[in-house]
Design a protein around this ligand. Structure first.
Ligand code: SF4
Ligand code: SF4
Length: 75
């Protein structure tokens, strides 16, 4: 039996080790305000599980910390 497509837990994941303290570019780019800076870690994270998969958050991140996990059916 074929395996079901893998589903990521959240639409956008941030590699905290690459996220620069004080940067807010991805947060500023998101038209849905789905990203925010965590008040403890100072790193970006997805605080609302809503996403258009439009991509500017990942495109504008200077360190490539943002990954947009495209749903299988949209690829
Ligand atoms: S654009 Fe990249 S470095 Fe800047 S806050 Fe977002 S994840 Fe962090
Ligand atoms: S892909 Fe678009 S909607 Fe989704 S988090 Fe990034 S900027 Fe926001």
């Amino acid at each position: 039996m074929p395996l079901a497509p893998q589903r990521a837990d959240v639409p956008v994941t941030i590699d905290e080790s690459k996220c620069i303290d004080g940067c807010t570019l991805c947060v500023d780019m998101c038209p849905l305000d789905s990203l925010a800076i965590h008040h403890d870690s100072g790193k970006a994270y997805m605080h609302v599980d809503e996403c258009w998969y439009c991509g500017p958050c990942a495109a504008r991140c200077p360190t490539g910390a943002v990954t947009v996990n495209m749903p299988y059916l949209l690829r």
